[in-house]
Design a binder for this molecule. Structure first.
Ligand SMILES: CC(=O)SCCNC(=O)CCNC(=O)[C@H](O)C(C)(C)COP(=O)(O)OP(=O)(O)OC[C@H]1O[C@@H](n2cnc3c(N)ncnc32)[C@H](O)[C@@H]1OP(=O)(O)O
Length: 170
């Protein structure tokens, strides 16, 4: 069910939103704020996404990627430049937090340059690993690049340079 407040409608993404999502991601990927991904990766992950609409136009989006029984990651949260600072990002993040709660997730990770924004939403900066060695050993089997970044694997460090690791307990 879409939620409307302050002119923003937050709803689940549809496949037809992926082109807009990629258009908004592109400049952020070029400046390395968001990781560049192939189109197929977005379509495969469409159920993870929520989008924010203003006047029927998608102006922002974010995704929730579950990694383990108690753990998920907020990914690809972005708002188009003209719609920033109007609460769209906050609405999207809180909708994803609600999705996480409904799934039974207890901890939310993010890797970001937007430290103040996430801190205002209850995320705290963490150092080192956020999982026990046994869970680490299982997660390392994933083919997902985001999980590799969460684990801070050597091969993905160039992608995460300058980002801050943050965690929110739900
Ligand atoms: C895990 C990841 O995905 S990391 C990647 C994070 N994304 C990026 O780095 C991409 C670039 N950044 C962005 O796209 C955006 O800046 C986001 C997604 C981080 C935030 O989106 P926004 O829609 O601008 O956020 P939102 O408007 O909710 O909050 C930002 C500011 O607006 C203010 N604000 C919130 N609601 C309103 C409102 N209704 N009216 C006016 N201002 C508002 C907030 O107080 C905040 O101000 P502050 O920074 O001075 O405290």
């Amino acid at each position: 069910m879409p939620e409307a407040a302050g002119g923003v409608v937050v709803r689940r993404a549809r496949t037809s939103d992926i082109r807009t999502i990629r258009d908004i991601v592109r400049p952020h990927a070029e400046s390395r704020v968001l990781v560049s991904k192939d189109a197929v990766t977005y379509y495969e992950a469409v159920q993870q996404f929520r989008v924010g609409e203003v006047d029927g136009r998608v102006v922002g989006f974010g995704a929730l990627h579950v990694m383990w029984e108690d753990l998920a990651e907020i990914r690809t949260l972005a708002v188009s430049p003209e719609a920033k600072g109007r609460g769209v990002g906050s609405r999207l993040l809180e909708a994803l937090v609600q999705d996480a709660r409904e799934l039974g997730v207890e901890r939310l990770f993010c890797l970001t340059f937007e430290v103040d924004f996430f801190a205002r939403h209850g995320f705290e900066v963490i150092e080192g690993q956020a999982v026990e060695p046994e869970v680490y050993a299982e997660l390392v089997r994933s083919y997902d690049e985001g999980v590799a970044e969460f684990l801070d694997l050597e091969r993905v460090k160039p992608n995460t340079l300058g980002n801050t690791r943050m965690l929110r307990t739900l």
